[in-house]
Design a protein. Sequence first.
Length: 83
Amino acid sequence: MVGNSVAKAVLGATSAVVGITTKIMGAIRRKNAAYSAEQREKMKNFNQKVQEGIGKLSAEQVKSQGTCLKHWQKLLAEKTVNR
């Protein structure tokens, strides 16, 4: 009888540990799922801002590059003439 009660106590303790571990793992999974959804939303917003920035930057850069190219062509022409 003593062996039987010890076995029941060990089994009960093991079940308690498994139950607690399962609850902890479930909480971690839920937290990770919420974190992942939050991170996905943040990344989506970030990517959208980057795309908008690229669109704005491209138009400005095209204009700037054209002006810069003309400037350098002018300087190069002056250098060539002055040689």
